[in-house]
Design a protein around this ligand. Structure first.
Ligand SMILES: [Zn+2]
Length: 492
């Protein structure tokens, strides 16, 4: 049999100060089948993963585009049109196929298209027809639309935040779609929206137990896959919000009933799974009061992984004012400061202006007396299995704080963001990372304490105070139940 695979995604924040052009996709990873541009990207993204799995099963594989950009504003109209055209044309060229496998984000918005995934899946379904199974793996931060559900046979999200299970969920999806293609399974989907706005750490109780409980239904009584989605509020579209997806073998009634049961429990946990917002001063006080090391402070509102610039200065200012030593902060996205550090050279002592350049969410820039510690242009980090170049980058010392500055905007996934510059985060008293939760997979094991700090910033989590234009209401925590939402009552 022959399977078509493609990988397209963008987590879109309408609150981000960063535009999203085709260059953004080139930076994140772009393979265009029509021209062969970025051929090495498809090798890393698809050939070694789903492609290898399918070939090991004895199948042929046709590869469509790969297009991923860092979270930022809606994709420019022409860039989205090009990526969509590459998908459609490469699929047409591959026909006939026995199955389609797509890795998407789920929260992709383009100028003029609020639901890019639904739009692409409608186009794919129109090409392959109703009988060819379509499987989609996506990020639990995706906003699930009716068009996504109606045009897929298996729609399955990662369950973990941090997303440590993309590989295992992907292998599960490939196995299901392969069986559907042979006719030995007949997957049917049920989707229940849950009126929640939030992001929930599956590393903490009771979200941990809830996800384990939901996942345990898989493989029993014809239930093929269960997904608990968080959604991405900052996309600000009508489909924003949490949800539950259940895929069953042939029995849509069973899928819907289970989705309802899981949705009820999800909503009942709303107050317990909601993370408290710790402001800059409180985060600094808690970090300084903790005896063990290192304390890892996550700058969740300046997370480039959710569309922030990564150049805010609120936490850095607080720790400079506190006079801390043995502290590291990374990575501040500041191409101008990196250029100046590189020109000055290692060992140079100079006045520098760092951070605070992109917008009000970045806070004011800091004028500091800096010493250049390290300059590199070849540093990378492991970003959930793929190698992400940091771009030209530098480490500088300001007082007792070592600061990593970089030029390719991205969140911290990996201690390599510090180690590349001779800084061992395990030896630090305090480490500030620009990331909400993906750092946890690699920093969690050695952190003495983790503090989720919410300074003012682009990724505002105070949903009650945010101005949304398209998100439906009522939704918790903007509204308190009891209320009527998504065709049913939600109890207090
Ligand atoms: Zn995500």
């Amino acid at each position: 049999m022959k399977f078509f695979c493609a990988s397209i995604g963008h987590e879109t924040s309408k609150f981000s100060p960063i535009p999203t052009s085709l260059e953004g996709y080139r930076e994140g990873g772009l393979y265009l089948p029509s021209t062969g541009e970025g051929r090495h990207i498809v090798v890393e993204a698809l050939e070694r993963g789903w492609g290898a799995q399918l070939r090991a099963m004895g199948h042929d594989v046709a590869l469509g585009p790969v297009a991923w950009a860092q979270p930022s504003r809606p994709t420019a109209r022409d860039a989205y049109a090009l990526i969509r055209r590459e998908l459609v044309e490469s699929l047409r060229a591959a026909m006939p196929v026995d199955g389609v496998l797509l890795f998407l984000h789920g929260a992709q918005v383009a100028d003029g298209t609020d639901d890019c995934e639904g739009d692409m899946l409608e186009a794919v379904r129109a090409i392959v027809g109703p009988k060819v199974p379509i499987g989609v793996e996506f990020d639990l931060h995706g906003n699930v639309s009716r068009a996504m559900v109606e045009n897929t046979d298996v729609l399955l999200a990662c369950l973990e935040y941090p997303h440590s299970d993309f590989d295992s969920r992907g292998r599960h999806l490939v196995a299901l779609i392969e069986k559907a293609a042979t006719g030995s399974l007949r997957p049917v989907m049920a989707h229940r929206r849950v009126p929640l706005l939030g992001t929930y750490y599956t590393t903490a109780s009771p979200m941990r137990e809830f996800v384990d409980w939901a996942k345990a239904f898989e493989g029993k009584d014809g239930i093929l896959a269960v997904s608990v989605t968080h959604g991405f509020a900052w996309s600000d579209i009508a489909d924003c919000g949490a949800g539950v997806l259940v895929c069953a073998d042939g029995d849509s009634g069973a899928a819907d009933k289970l989705a309802g049961v899981i949705a009820d429990r999800y909503f009942a946990l709303r107050a317990e799974i909601r993370s408290p917002l710790i402001d800059t001063g409180e985060a600094a006080r808690r970090a300084l009061a903790h005896e063990g090391r290192p304390v890892v402070v996550a700058d969740i509102t300046d997370n480039p992984g959710a569309g922030a610039a990564g150049d805010s200065t609120f936490l850095l200012r607080a720790f400079l004012d506190a006079g801390v030593t043995d502290t590291a902060v990374g990575m501040i996205w500041d191409p101008i400061a990196v250029e100046i550090a590189h020109r000055a050279g290692v060992g140079a002592k100079l006045a520098m202006r760092i951070g605070g350049k992109t917008g009000p969410g970045s806070g004011p820039p800091l004028d500091v007396a800096a010493t250049v510690l390290c300059c590199r242009s070849d540093a990378t980090q492991n970003a959930q299995g793929s190698t992400a170049p940091l771009g030209p980058a530098a480490a500088i010392q300001v007082g007792g704080i070592r600061i990593v500055l970089n030029t390719v905007r991205q969140q911290v996934f990996d201690p390599a963001c510090f180690e590349n510059f001779g800084i061992d985060p395990r030896q630090c008293r305090i480490v500030v990372v620009k990331s909400q939760q993906h750092f946890y997979e690699t920093f969690g094991p050695f952190a003495s304490k983790v503090i989720y700090a919410a300074p003012p910033g682009t990724v505002n989590m105070d949903y009650r105070k945010m101005t949304f234009r398209n998100i439906p209401s009522p939704m918790y925590p903007r509204d308190e139940p009891p209320f009527h939402a998504f065709d049913r009552e939600w109890r207090a």
